[in-house]
Design a protein around this ligand. Structure first.
Ligand code: ADP
Ligand code: MG
Length: 548
């Protein structure tokens, strides 16, 4: 074939690939879930394109997924008549592994001690297609874009190279043909040529997939999955297992969710939401291009991933589905941002998520701790971005404190412990716990028995200045200004030290505004304090580091 070429996976990707397929997986069955989910995505995309372009020369009359087994030749095929791929797509999408996160994933995989951990990692890196190589010696992908174009055949034995060539007479859509590993390679545990076994896997992982998954059984092809949208079923009918499967497949996470949240609104503007808080933060939570995790459906039809209009950025880790009744199917991202109804949904989703975490704080402190460790830094961005919900967000925050170095505290617990005569919530920011705890600024507070919050996340510097109060108590930095309980030295001492103070002020005039006596220290001889309106030293360092 004149148009055939043999290409190598990027070298970085190749190493990753080896690592992945040679790890020990406790659950190889998931390869099928990945292939079915790709096929379902391809059908979603085609339906959407057909909705937007009436003249699309594609056949959308019988969109479905077919799973075929050939025990004699030991092959398993997953076929869809969806959107398909061009040759360029195949090279870009299938020939390139985990474009963005490869290096990071490789590092983390090398660190992951047990199979379950590496499995969880792989699921989070969008490399589902390659799971095929856990069970197959060779994978062949045949694809033709819906509507037009040439067919492409891609093939690889998972050994570092793949071939791409033009293929004639392919139907619309994609087939993935797995040449299954020899029987003795799987100890008989994983017989993927057994129809009942495959049916059982499909049912387990893909029951809610909105497209028929057909398997040849006798004369008629049989639809294996029930295709019921979980979020449209009465809450009492859905089992935890079903929620978990749904989450794992749609969120591409091999963990189960930390929390499942359902929300239903009836009346003039009807919608259903099924949201999940993940158990672990994604590696790219703080990377700039990080996407949001909520999908939009309109009347059960998938419309888009990453629906920014439905979730504020500080809750970008929340996953799930919102299904709205009354939006047009061809709604665009731009329109969504403006739509008043969508804004109302978003407000309700945010409030529901915040109240769910609030409940979790008292009902299940361990779960809350997991949540906060993973996502607290992102949530705190909301203190700056979401003024409307500021106090609700403050209510779910927790911070390290001098009260108990081992246990973070909520603000309401801090307030409950405030001493007689203590008016403010005191905090000290810094780069590390150790640095802050050894700071001379703390001495007077410790002597008085006043608790001080220890804030070491960069974002803390920003929100304390913006937020200012909690429960009518002001936030006060212990490194700034005159401390109210600092009675100050007597006149006698002032007189005694005035010569020294004048000399110090003059000699240090380039560095400090004033040198004064203070009773705030109990052990250290001197400390540097900022004026009340000054930025803190850490913030100053941050600005300097970023060149501002
Ligand atoms: P992910 O699904 O997380 O993007 P995969 O490795 O499963 O990662 O697939 C990579 C990409 O290849 C998909 O995003 C999609 O664009 C393309 N692809 C895979 N399978 C199909 C298919 N059956 N039809 C069309 N495109 C597909
Ligand atoms: Mg996939």
């Amino acid at each position: 074939n004149a148009a055939a070429e043999t290409l190598e996976f990027q070298s970085e990707a190749h190493q990753l690939f080896q690592l992945m397929i040679h790890s020990v997986y406790s659950d190889k069955d998931t390869f099928l879930r990945e292939l079915v989910s790709n096929a379902a995505d391809a059908l979603d995309k085609l339906r959407l394109e057909a909705l937007r372009d009436e003249n699309l020369p594609a056949d959308v009359s019988d969109l479905h997924i077919a799973v075929e087994i050939d025990p004699e030749n030991r092959t398993l095929t997953v076929r869809d008549n969806g959107i398909g791929m061009s040759r360029a797509d195949v090279i870009a999408l299938i020939g390139t592994i985990a474009k963005s996160g490869t290096a990071e994933l490789r590092k983390r995989l090398a660190e992951a001690a047990d199979p379950a951990a590496s499995q969880a990692l792989i699921g989070r890196f969008g490399i589902g297609f390659y799971a095929s190589f856990m069970v197959a010696d060779q994978v062949t992908l045949l694809t033709r874009p819906a509507g037009s174009g040439e067919g492409t055949r891609w093939e690889s034995a998972g050994d570092g190279t793949y071939t791409v060539e033009t293929a004639e007479n392919l139907p619309q859509g994609t087939s993935v043909v797995l040449q299954l590993k020899p029987e003795d390679a799987d100890d008989g545990l994983f017989d993927y040529t057994s129809a009942p076994k495959i049916k059982q896997i499909v049912k387990k992982y893909s029951d809610f997939v909105a497209w028929p998954i057909r398997m040849a059984g006798g004369a008629e092809a049989e639809t294996v999955n029930s295709m019921k949208a979980l979020w449209a079923r009465p809450a009492g009918d859905v089992t935890a297992d079903e929620y978990n499967e749904f989450y794992q497949q749609t969120a591409h996470d091999w963990n189960t969710p930390l929390e499942t949240i359902r929300l239903q609104a009836e009346g003039t503007f009807e919608y259903q939401a099924l949201l999940f808080l993940p158990r672990q933060a994604p590696f790219d939570l703080f990377l700039r291009e990080r996407k949001r995790g909520v999908q939009l459906y309109v009347q059960r039809v998938f419309i888009m991933d990453d629906c920014a209009a439905l979730m504020p950025e500080y809750l970008r880790f929340v996953k799930g589905v919102v299904d709205a009744q009354d939006l047009p199917l061809n709604v665009s991202r731009e329109i969504l941002q403006q739509d008043r109804q969508v804004q109302l949904i978003r407000r309700r989703l945010v409030k529901k998520i915040l109240s769910t975490v609030k409940t979790m704080m008292s009902a299940d402190p361990d779960k809350y701790e997991t949540f906060w460790n993973e996502f607290g830094r992102a949530v705190k961005e909301g203190l700056l971005d979401d003024v409307e919900n500021r106090s609700a967000i403050l209510g779910i925050c927790s911070f390290a404190s001098t009260n108990d170095p081992e246990r973070p505290t909520s603000l309401s617990d801090y307030v409950a412990r405030m001493k007689e005569g203590q008016e403010h919530i005191y905090y000290l920011t810094g780069e590390s716990r150790r640095g802050v705890e050894n700071s001379p600024h703390l001495e007077a507070f410790q002597a008085k028995g006043f608790e001080v919050l220890v804030l070491t996340d960069p974002i803390d510097e920003m929100w304390v200045d913006a937020v200012r109060v909690f429960d009518d108590k002001q936030f006060r930095s212990v490194a700034r200004g005159e401390i109210a309980f600092d009675a100050g030295p007597g006149a006698e001492q002032e007189a005694e030290f005035s010569g020294l103070l004048t000399w110090l002020t003059t000699s240090l005039s380039e560095h400090v505004k004033e040198v004064r006596l203070s009773s705030r220290l109990t052990k250290s001889p001197a400390c540097v304090v900022g004026d009340t309106g000054d930025i803190t030293p850490t913030l100053e360092k941050m600005y300097r580091a970023t060149g501002r």
